[in-house]
Design a protein around this ligand. Structure first.
Ligand code: TRP
Length: 468
């Protein structure tokens, strides 16, 4: 039987698939988002729930996404339709693909704004702005940047152009190679940062914050009101941890599915998924170990929000030998990590436009880029013109709302549907043939994907809205 391939091409090797998927997974989510939401949600207990979500929900769903993609060999929308047809199921399952396209738009629109901050910081680090800087100084640098919509717009525009260029050329042409060198470099640099953090005198405190779970805090949300910490019972931290497990692994919207559709047939899906999840988690934890000691050593607030890494890491660069060099390098690498993630956020939509509208990749990328760019304006203004309470909905800015909706609701919901489809709709002959793995491993996956993952997602949802 001749093997069916995607019209968009195929990864050149199994290693390239792993690199591309890891490039998608490792991004701002690990280095920017993980530390700040961990800070906002109280530390160790949050991290414990997050790790549990990665292992019990993230890995099985990642395997399911790769498997569906490789079997369908098309954009997620058309893959879901084709597989539903193959199993004689309702074609409405293609909604997984559609909601994924929408979630990808939402996420990239603000992702690009934050990647723009990283771009801006490359210049600041290179020009020596951070030399000997203290906590107040770095806060000023940050506020000057995010308070200025025009500057943010310029950086957001640059990042969108960068991402569209790569998508237009096809994933294989440019980024594959870059990722091969840049990801390991980023990781090494994070280790250097941990080395600095060890010398702050607050390393142990940082570790305790990250790894000492205070179980009652899992269900609490705390706020500092007039200098006093006030906590109330809430299912929100658990939902945020679940949402982040999806976000950081690029799950629930078809990104990994579309990457799976370009995957060579011989590659082991289970081993790939485990490796990707492991590397992704490692980067996040190492980033946390670099950042929190600096937070405590400088009397900063762990719950400072989205600006956290931009207000802490420069202090370290300003104080370490050759910090100007390391600082510049760090933000360059952060941009690359964001870049290799951004392209996966719109690949599902681009692939669909090429398949169904007969567009060239260039045209498709341009349209999608333009739409995302416009939506990004809302996130830009969230940090300045629209930061006031009169512009908030449920106490959230446009940026907060978009992130909450996409990451904490759309991704887990998409993941739930993917799990149900892969576990219940698809026959075990089909999934077993695609995985080609041994009895016990397959059975374990099947239990996880049919019962554990869906149930966990539903319970977390019910808990977050206060029903249980
Ligand atoms: N995983 C990336 C990060 O952590 C972001 C990302 C890329 C993503 N593709 C995605 C998130 C698809 C959700 C869905 O930065």
């Amino acid at each position: 039987m001749s093997e069916k391939l995607s019209i968009h091409g195929q990864w050149s090797s199994r290693l390239i698939f792993i690199l591309a998927a890891t490039g998608s997974a490792v991004g701002l989510g690990n280095i920017w988002k993980f530390p700040y939401i961990t800070g906002e949600n109280g530390g160790g207990a949050f991290v414990a729930v997050y790790l549990l979500c990665i292992a019990a929900i993230g890995v099985p769903i990642m395997m399911a996404e790769i498997m569906l993609g490789r079997r369908g060999r098309q954009s997620p929308i058309n893959t879901m339709t084709a597989l539903a047809r193959e199993e004689n199921a309702n074609l409405v399952w293609s909604v997984v693909g559609w909601s994924g396209v929408l979630a990808g738009f939402f996420i990239l629109s603000y992702y690009s704004v934050i990647a723009g901050w990283a771009l801006a910081y490359v210049l600041r680090a290179a020009s020596g702005v951070f030399e000997g800087i203290d906590a107040t100084g770095v806060q000023e640098v940050f506020n000057n940047l995010v308070g200025d919509p025009e500057r943010l717009l310029a950086w957001h525009t640059l990042f969108m152009v960068m991402s569209m260029t790569v998508v237009a050329r096809g994933v294989r042409a440019g980024l594959e190679k870059a990722v091969t060198y840049l990801m390991p470099a980023l990781f090494l640099l994070l280790i250097v940062m941990v080395g600095y953090a060890m010398n702050t005198g607050y390393f142990v405190q940082g570790l305790e914050f990250l790894f000492e779970p205070d179980i009652k805090r899992v269900f609490e949300r705390c706020e500092i009101v007039a200098g006093m910490e006030q906590c109330e019972l809430s299912g929100k931290p658990v939902l945020v941890a679940l949402g982040h497990a999806f976000f950081t692994l690029s799950l629930g919207m078809g990104a990994i599915m579309v990457y799976g559709s370009y995957m060579p047939r011989k590659t082991s899906i289970a081993r790939s998924a485990l490796l990707i999840a492991f590397l992704d988690t490692l980067v996040a934890l190492v980033a946390g170990m670099a950042i929190f000691p600096i937070v405590f050593a400088n009397g900063l607030e762990p719950g400072a929000g989205p600006g956290l890494i931009f207000q802490t890491l420069p202090i370290a660069f300003g104080a370490m030998p050759a910090g100007q060099f390391f600082g510049t390098l760090f933000f360059v690498l952060l941009v690359f990590a964001a870049w290799s993630s951004a392209i996966s956020l719109i690949e599902p939509a681009v692939a669909w436009l090429v398949e169904n509208r007969g567009m060239s990749r260039i045209r498709a990328a341009a349209w999608i880029g333009l739409t995302t760019w416009v939506l990004g304006l809302g996130s830009i203004f969230s940090f300045n013109l629209w930061s006031g309470d009169e512009y908030k909905l449920f106490e959230m800015t446009f940026f907060d709302l978009l992130d909450y909706l996409a990451a904490n609701i759309m991704l887990p919901a998409g993941g739930l549907l993917i799990a149900l489809f892969a576990g219940w709709v698809m026959s075990s002959q089909s999934s077993r043939a695609e995985f080609a793995m041994g009895g016990v491993a397959y059975q374990l996956w099947r239990v996880l994907i049919r019962f554990i993952s869906p149930l966990a997602v539903v319970l977390v949802f019910l808990n977050a809205v206060g029903i249980i």
